[in-house]
Design a protein around this ligand. Sequence first.
Ligand code: NAD
Length: 335
Amino acid sequence: REDLTEVPDDARTRHRDISEELDRYAFAYYVQDAPLVSDGQYDELMAELKALEAAHPALVTPESPSQKVNGGFGATFAPVTHPERMQSLDNVFSSDELSAWAARAERDGATGAGWLCELKVDGLAIDLVYERGRLVGAATRGDGVTGEDVTANVRTMAVVPQQLAGDDVPEFLEVRGEVYFPVAAFAEVNAGLVEAGKAPFANPRNAAAGSLRQKDARETAKRPLSMVVHGIGARRGFEPQRQSEAYEQLKAWGLPVSSRYAVVDDLEGVWAFIERYREQRHSVEHEIDGVVVKIDQVSLQRRLGSTSRAPRWAIAFKYPPEEATTKLLDIKVNV
Ligand code: NAD
């Protein structure tokens, strides 16, 4: 294996430049809510970085944007350490790549466990902490280890219970999900911003992040933010055997669980789910950029484990990006 000194200078320089550029774009996107480039441009640069690393594995370090949860935290909110690390997801873009991922998971023991299919909600990740059923904290993903304390903002969201319902609530529970901006309300909020002489949001994902991460929680309260649950983190007094079982319990406790998830037996079922939502993509109340496939059984999730940035037991199948047109301004914006 070649070491760093053997990597040609031009490859090393290009790798450093792209890494710095990606870090800068991620900061603008996650922390400043003001993307400098389109997602497509960001993804292309990331693909170039990964190609360089595939050609020269010595370039792969823990600091590389390909190896970490990209994001961060700004000065507006207090930093909080997540009880359990938050991760990103690996992506596939074709049925062949999806089959290869599933074959690898099966080789590692994930057979007959059921595949949990969910929509990949295009919003921003949120971490809710409940102690004895009471909401005590909410944080953004940040760099996966440390996020931003947005508890006051999240408390203004009607769909997030302040207190879990029922007398069987766990002692401690970390709930993960995605905060989104309903598509139906997007044009209206932009019209209001333009009227007030402010810049409109480029897309609903941006509107969700910008609305949640307001300095003044009263501003967040005016926005129709919603949320859907997509996982659990640290817990005490709650040991579900399957992720779908966890969802049913979370729903019973009053948390916003999607009615659109499905557990299927085989890849054919997974593919049918992907195709169904490829067609129905625009009939969903939030934007989606793909489908997330997870191994349903928690013991198998544990056996497969994670890399430094993503679980091995889940994968995001991404639909091709769409070019969005804001009706409001009648101009094309890249999203
Ligand atoms: P990601 O958005 O591809 O996937 C990971 C995230 O998906 C998770 O953290 C989770 O919050 C979310 N998610 C949604 N539905 C889920 C479900 N059902 N189950 C589990 N998780 C679910 O990865 P990322 O690292 O958050 O972001 C990378 C993407 O963000 C890039 O591909 C790019 O498109 C975009 N980005 C754009 C810019 C820019 O400047 N335009 C900068 C940085 C990132």
